[in-house]
Design a protein around this ligand. Structure first.
Ligand code: ATP
Length: 310
């Protein structure tokens, strides 16, 4: 069943077009990633889905409901963790969870959530005294406390150290396993590749591509590269004459062969026929970064400086 449906969404701020004809659907139980550079229109899109902004045109359905017209029903079914959640500094972890759970008719057990998110030890700690990772986990807990069917998580792991990021990813997978559909907004390619069943690449307010991470990588990687080292003489023509090979570059004993099709097996076969022993023979693995560059013409942002988990 379809959990989210966005059709021909348009949104501008004055003269600034933020979202320009965005359409996609998310099936129930999916983790659906939205990736894009700063200013691509990701947050505006999810804010429209959450009913926090009114689209200029287009339609949005959240479990068959309209986020603006059916605001109250959508609120009961949709959990939102938006960028830079801010809470009163003095509120304690348990107080925040109890307070937020009181906003819903059928909330989750907030104590269980606190345990699931690893916050039980910090239940009496004030918000301002939490580490970056703990604040992030609290904001995820608050997005889930209404027992939502669909959760929107925006910039889930920004500012977390590598271990805290991995812990958060496992947590999100556990949440999905409980049946929650997740819309994950990120500009980190490793996060999208690791977590998402499907990903939409948003660029300049438009959807540049939607597919599984592997599908996006395959769409973008018609060009392949094989690397190896050889210590014995090797005539370059052994490789340049192969049908799948378009270029061969040699630096000292390091060879880089560019081509397409069955490049790795073609190169390995040619080397075997020439009775040359290649070391470290490998096909460069393409990843979502490469696909992102291919679809947007821009390099993805790095995770950036992180805060140490306390
Ligand atoms: N409240 C606003 N007023 C005016 N322009 C805005 C507003 N919010 C966003 N924009 C502009 O709309 C465009 C899309 O912004 P949006 O925040 O949706 O992008 P994003 O993909 O979420 O970016 P980021 O990764 O930086 O959060 C940008 O050009 C941005 O400057």
């Amino acid at each position: 069943m379809t959990a989210l449906e966005v059709r021909h969404l348009h949104k501008r701020y004055g003269q600034q077009v933020a979202v320009n004809d965005v359409s996609f659907t998310v099936e129930e139980g999916e983790i659906f990633g939205i990736i894009g550079s700063n200013g691509a229109g990701k947050t505006t899109t999810v804010e429209c889905i959450a009913g926090l902004r009114t689209p200029d045109s287009g339609t949005i359905s959240v479990l068959g409901l309209d986020p603006i017209k059916d605001r109250a029903q959508v609120r009961e079914r949709l959990g939102v963790q938006l960028q830079e959640s801010s809470f009163p500094d003095a509120i304690k972890v348990a107080e925040a969870l109890e307070l937020y759970s009181s906003f819903y008719r059928k909330p989750a057990d907030w104590r269980e959530l606190m345990e699931l998110l690893g916050l039980t030890e910090k239940r009496h700690t004030r918000y301002k005294a939490l580490s970056g990772g703990q604040k992030q986990r609290l904001s995820i807990a608050l997005a889930l406390v209404g027992n939502p069917k669909v959760a929107i998580l925006d910039e889930l792991t920004t500012g977390l150290d590598p271990q805290a990021r991995r812990d958060t990813w496992s947590l999100i997978e556990r949440v999905r396993d409980t049946g929650v559909t997740i819309l994950l907004v990120t500009h980190f390619m490793d996060e999208a590749e690791r977590l998402s069943d499907r990903v939409a690449v948003i660029h300049g307010g438009r959807v540049a591509a939607v597919d599984t991470p592997a599908g996006l990588i395959a769409q973008a990687s018609t060009v392949q590269q094989v690397r190896f080292r050889v210590r014995q003489p090797l005539d370059k023509r052994v490789l340049t004459e192969l049908r799948d090979v378009t270029d061969v570059a040699i630096t000292d004993d390091r060879w880089l062969v560019t081509g397409s099709g069955q490049l790795l097996s073609s190169v390995a076969g040619a080397l075997a026929r020439a009775q040359v022993v290649a070391e470290d023979l490998r096909l460069d693995r393409r990843n979502l970064d490469d696909a992102f560059v291919a679809f947007t013409g821009r390099a993805p942002q790095s995770p950036g400086p992180f805060r140490k988990e306390g």
